[in-house]
Design a protein. Structure first.
Length: 405
């Protein structure tokens, strides 16, 4: 019993320590993002190579039209925009054509068709743009990314010898529903904090929403085609870059993701997919990650302090949760510039849902992505779900599809 008490105490101290440290690291990155104004920053940029920007698009919902238009307004000397659709019947197709007409000075074009090179629908959509890109430097940027005029300048500022991939943290903005608020909250707290910790260990998480790299480097491991059957194409890309002896760099520029109107089901389904990605990449890490939930770590600490010091478990847990809530709200305030009156309840709903969500992730290796049900194998390799396969876990009735970036 004594061993268990000390083990739980050590786990609690470790989790709380890393949570506080991660919050401070994240605040430092956020501050850098905010204080580097356009004039001050652009005066430091000396190398601005031409860049081909690839944008995979589908439906242009959730205010994505504003995001797309922001890329026509980039303050950058030379770049091209390549918009990739799977069909001309997509409702976003005529809108992109209208943008191209409205901004004739911007080098932009639309490509339509399905690559059919693998099970990853994003890579299937992007491959035609990748093959027709004019320039060696490629930026993959999702449709719901909102860019400031200096966005591309900040990304290329991270270019240096030995760097093979440049990526960014994500911040969720403009939520318009309960599901949207849950999404922005987890992006602006949990993901921002722990990516800052990973970055401190020189192993930043890679966001597929912002990947800047050289085509000549990617060609050394087969380019995007080599990623066509992986769900975590961003992570695998990073691993292939590191295998070449090159570095992955996280910039101070945070990607602005427009959240918009999302259902709670869409939020649940998307994070099932992300959770199963993490489980596939690191089964042991997935088992351990539940410990960084505020309730689970708080319960461990409450039990240890009660057995060792006779401290009231209820009082301990209350103090622990209040501390965690404050740390999360500090990050929300720093990123969003304000806190909604209902945010404590949103935080509570998210934290309470973490354990059942973790169980749901663990019970299946099936994901629902853009209308396809696929099985995840080792290192997120994808295979089609065979007819009559019922091993979809507790989430079988919850995956309602929707738009998944």
């Amino acid at each position: 019993m004594t061993f268990l008490v000390y083990l739980c105490f050590l786990l609690w101290v470790t989790v709380v320590g890393f949570t506080i440290w991660g919050t401070l690291l994240a605040l430092k990155l956020i501050k850098k993002d905010q204080i580097e104004g356009d004039l001050r920053f652009e005066s430091r940029v000396t190398y601005q190579p031409p860049v081909s920007i690839l944008k995979p698009l589908k439906n242009l919902e959730n205010g994505v039209s504003e995001c797309v238009e922001s890329f026509f307004r980039l303050d950058y000397p030379k770049y091209e925009l390549i918009f990739c659709f799977t069909s001309e019947a997509d409702p976003g197709y005529p809108l992109i054509q209208e943008f191209i007409c409205n901004y004739p000075s911007v080098d932009a074009k639309v490509l339509v068709g399905e690559g059919k090179i693998g099970f990853n629908p994003k890579i299937d959509n992007l491959i035609k743009g990748y093959q027709q890109a004019k320039y060696d430097w490629i930026l993959i940027s999702d449709g719901n990314v909102l860019a400031k005029p200096h966005y591309l300048s900040k990304l290329v500022h991270a270019i240096s010898p030995g760097v093979g991939l440049i990526t960014s943290n994500i911040k969720g903005l403009n939520p318009k529903s309960l599901g949207g608020r849950l999404e922005s909250f987890i992006l602006n707290t949990h993901f921002t904090r722990w990516n800052a910790v990973l970055n401190a260990f020189r192993f930043p998480a890679i966001s597929g929403k912002a990947m800047l790299f050289q085509k000549s480097v990617a060609s050394r491991f087969g380019g995007l085609t080599s990623l066509a059957n992986y769900l975590a194409e961003d992570f695998i890309f990073g691993e292939k870059v590191r295998a070449l002896g090159m570095r992955v760099v996280l910039t101070t520029e945070m990607v602005h993701q427009n959240i918009g109107d999302q259902s709670v089901h869409s939020y649940w389904d998307r994070h099932l997919r992300w959770g199963r990605i993490r489980k596939s990449l690191s089964p042991l890490g997935f088992i351990v990650e539940i410990l960084i939930n505020s309730f689970i770590s708080g319960l461990l600490g409450a039990w240890a302090f009660n057995h060792r010091f006779g401290f009231s478990p209820l009082i301990f847990l209350s103090i622990h949760l209040c501390m965690w809530l404050i740390l999360d709200l500090v990050l929300v305030q720093a990123i969003e510039g304000g806190i909604f009156i209902g945010d404590p309840l949103i935080w509570l709903a998210r934290e309470v849902s973490v354990f059942p969500h973790w169980i749901a992730v663990g019970t299946s290796n099936v994901v629902n992505w853009r209308g396809q049900k696929l099985r995840i194998g080792s290192q997120t390799q994808l295979a089609p779900l065979e007819y009559g396969d019922f091993s979809e876990g507790f989430d079988a009735g919850l995956s309602l599809g929707g738009s998944h970036q």
